[in-house]
Design a protein around this ligand. Structure first.
Ligand SMILES: *[C@@H]1O[C@H](CO)[C@@H](O)[C@H](O)[C@H]1NC(C)=O
Ligand SMILES: *[C@@H]1O[C@H](CO)[C@@H](O)[C@H](O)[C@H]1NC(C)=O
Length: 493
C-alpha cells in the first residue's frame, strides 16, 4: 500500500469530486425533485391547533441533541451539536432540560489545532464551552437515546442519568446530526438507529401523553427515508430533514472551499442543513419566526441554488405545527439582540457527506511534509477508506447478481419505491440481512449505510436469510483487515 503513488490518489480524488456532477446526470434516476409542491403545505384537521400552542410560557421546553459519529474526520457533527446547545442556552433553556449525546473525541483530539475548542464555522467562536457531557464515548448508544426520549431511567446504561422527564404541556426538540442511509442513522457505537425502532419509540412517547408537541430536526444522508411513509400524522410531531429519502446530505466549510476552515483544520466544520438552521437561529428572533419560515429559509440555503451541491430539505408529520414560533422549542431571551428580517446568507459550497472523510485524509496527506510519518499515515487512511468503499460496493453488487441474475441484479437493488411508501415492509428481515452480510463481508461502517436500500429491496423481493447467507459467502471470501471492516463493535443492525 505504501508504494501507491500520489498520482493514483489524485485520480481517485478526481473521481470523487466528479461524482457530484454525475449525480445531476438526467439519465441517473436517483435524485428526484419532489413531485408535488402541495405536499409540503398540506394541512390536516384533527390536530390540536389552538392558539395556546404558541404560548411559550406554558410547559417546559426539553431538548435532545445527538451527534451520531466519532473521529476527527467527522468533526462537523459534534460541532453542529455543540452549536445547537449554545443556541438553546442563549435562548434560555436550562441545562437540566437539555440532554447532549456526543462521543466527545474532538475537542482534545490530537488533530485539533485549537485544543479544547470546537468551532462550527471558519473563525467562529468556541461552541464547546459549557456543553453538558450527558452521554459521551461508549454511552452514546441507541438504547440510551431511546430511554432518554421515553424518560425511562431504568433502561439507561451509563451517562448522566438525565432523561426527558416531560409532562403533557411540554414541548420537545430533538436534533440529530451524522451519517445515515436509507432507513438508518449512524451511531458511534453499534447497532445503528433503524427508522422503524425510532418511529415505535416516538409513538410510545405519544401514547404516554408526556408532550404537547415535538419537533425533530434531522441531518443525515437519505434522512427523508426515516420518516417517509413511516411517521403518521396525529402524533403532534413535526420533522424536517436535510435531504429527501434518496439523496446525500452535505458537509460544509470544508477544506478547499472558498469559505473553508482555517488551513490547519483539515476537516469540514459544519453541515449544510445544520448550519443553515443554526446560523438563522443565532440571530433571528425566535418569537417572531415560525418553524415554517425557518424551513423555507433552510430549504433554500441547503439547495444551494440547485447546483450539484445540495439537497432537498423536507418536512414530515403534523406539518400544521410549523405555524408555531421557534420560541416554543428553542426558547427566547429578552436580553438578546435579535434581527427580525430574513437572514439568509449566501450559499456555500459543500462536500457530499459521504466523501468528507476522504477530504480530511487527502488534505492531511497534501499538507504533510514529504516523507514524514504523518504523510504516510494520511495516505494509509485514504487508501483504506477507498478500498473499503470498493469492497462494499463490489460485494453488494455481486450479491445482487448472484440472487437475481447478471442483468436483473443491479435493477432490483436500485428500485426506489414511490414517495409515501416506506423503504421496506419487513424491518426484521432488513436487519437480519444486514447481519448476514456483515458476517461474511465485514462491517458496513459509515460509508456502507448507503447500501441499505439494496438490502431493503432484497427483502422486498422475498429473499430469505439462507439465500442471503449463501450469496454473501460467495461474494466475500474473507473480512478485510482494515479497521472499517472490523466487527469488534458488533453488527450495525
Ligand atoms: C423502562 O425500561 C425497562 C428496562 O428496559 C423496562 O423493563 C420497562 O418496561 C420500561 N418502562 C417503561 C415505562 O416503558
Ligand atoms: C437578563 O439580564 C439580567 C441583567 O444582567 C439578568 O439578571 C437576567 O438573569 C438575564 N435574563 C436572562 C433570561 O438571561
Amino acid at each position: 500500500m505504501n508504494c501507491m503513488s500520489s498520482s493514483i490518489i489524485v485520480l481517485l480524488l478526481l473521481g470523487l469530486y466528479g461524482s457530484a456532477a454525475a449525480r445531476r446526470d438526467p439519465t441517473e434516476d436517483h435524485l428526484r425533485l419532489p413531485s408535488e409542491a402541495s405536499r409540503f403545505f398540506d394541512r390536516v384537521s384533527g390536530v390540536d391547533d389552538d392558539d395556546d400552542d404558541d404560548d411559550d410560557t406554558s410547559g417546559t421546553k426539553w431538548a435532545i441533541l445527538i451527534a451520531g459519529s466519532s473521529g476527527y474526520w467527522n468533526y462537523r457533527h459534534q460541532a453542529d451539536i455543540c452549536h445547537a446547545y449554545q443556541i438553546l442556552k442563549k435562548d434560555g433553556l436550562k441545562d437540566e432540560n437539555i440532554i447532549v449525546f456526543m462521543y466527545d473525541d474532538i475537542a482534545l483530539n490530537e488533530e485539533n489545532p485549537n485544543p479544547g475548542v470546537i468551532i462550527n464555522r471558519p473563525y467562529g467562536s468556541d461552541v464547546y464551552k459549557g456543553v453538558p457531557k450527558d452521554y459521551t464515548g461508549e454511552d452514546v448508544t441507541v438504547g440510551n437515546f431511546f430511554a432518554v426520549i421515553l424518560g425511562n431511567r431504568t433502561a439507561l446504561t451509563g451517562g448522566s442519568g438525565k432523561v426527558v422527564d416531560s409532562g403533557p404541556n411540554d414541548h420537545i426538540f430533538i436534533y440529530y446530526s451524522d451519517h445515515g442511509g436509507p432507513g438508518v442513522l449512524g451511531m458511534p457505537t453499534n447497532p445503528y438507529i433503524y427508522a422503524d425502532d425510532l418511529i415505535k419509540v416516538l409513538k410510545k412517547k405519544h401514547a404516554s401523553g408526556t408532550y404537547k408537541s415535538l419537533v425533530f430536526y434531522l441531518e443525515a444522508c437519505e434522512s427523508g427515508s426515516i420518516f417517509e411513509g413511516l411517521l403518521p400524522k396525529g402524533l403532534n410531531i413535526y420533522a424536517t430533514t436535510a435531504s429527501n429519502a434518496e439523496e446525500s446530505s452535505w458537509g460544509t466549510y470544508c477544506p478547499g472551499e472558498d469559505d473553508g476552515p482555517p488551513p490547519e483544520y483539515e476537516t469540514c466544520l459544519g453541515d449544510l442543513y445544520s448550519v443553515a438552521w443554526m446560523e438563522d437561529s443565532d440571530i433571528r428572533n425566535p418569537r417572531t419566526e415560525t418553524l415554517q419560515q425557518q424551513y423555507e429559509l433552510v430549504k433554500s440555503r441547503t439547495a444551494t441554488g440547485n447546483s450539484a451541491y445540495g439537497s432537498h430539505v423536507m418536512q414530515y408529520g403534523d406539518t400544521n405545527l410549523n405555524s408555531n414560533h421557534l420560541s416554543l422549542y428553542i426558547g427566547t431571551n429578552d436580553n438578546n439582540t435579535y434581527v427580525n428580517e430574513n437572514s439568509l446568507r449566501p450559499s456555500t459550497k459543500a462536500i457530499n457527506q459521504r466523501d468528507a472523510d476522504l477530504v480530511h485524509f487527502w488534505d492531511k496527506f497534501r499538507k504533510a511534509p514529504e516523507g514524514s510519518p504523518r504523510k504516510v499515515e494520511a495516505q494509509k487512511h485514504f487508501v483504506e477508506a477507498m478500498s473499503h468503499r470498493v469492497h462494499i460496493d463490489d460485494s453488494v453488487k455481486l450479491i445482487g447478481k448472484l440472487l437475481f441474475g447478471i442483468e436483473k441484479g443491479p435493477m432490483v437493488l436500485n428500485i426506489v419505491r414511490p414517495v409515501g411508501q416506506p423503504l421496506v415492509d419487513d424491518w426484521g428481515c432488513l436487519k437480519t440481512l444486514v447481519r448476514t452480510f456483515e458476517t461474511h463481508c465485514g462491517s458496513l461502517s459509515q460509508y456502507g449505510m448507503k447500501h441499505m436500500r439494496a438490502f431493503a429491496n432484497i427483502c422486498n423481493a422475498g429473499i430469505q436469510k439462507e439465500q442471503m447467507d449463501e450469496a454473501s459467502a460467495q461474494a466475500c471470501f474473507s473480512i478485510p483487515s482494515w479497521p472499517w471492516s472490523s466487527l469488534h463493535k458488533g453488527f450495525s443492525a
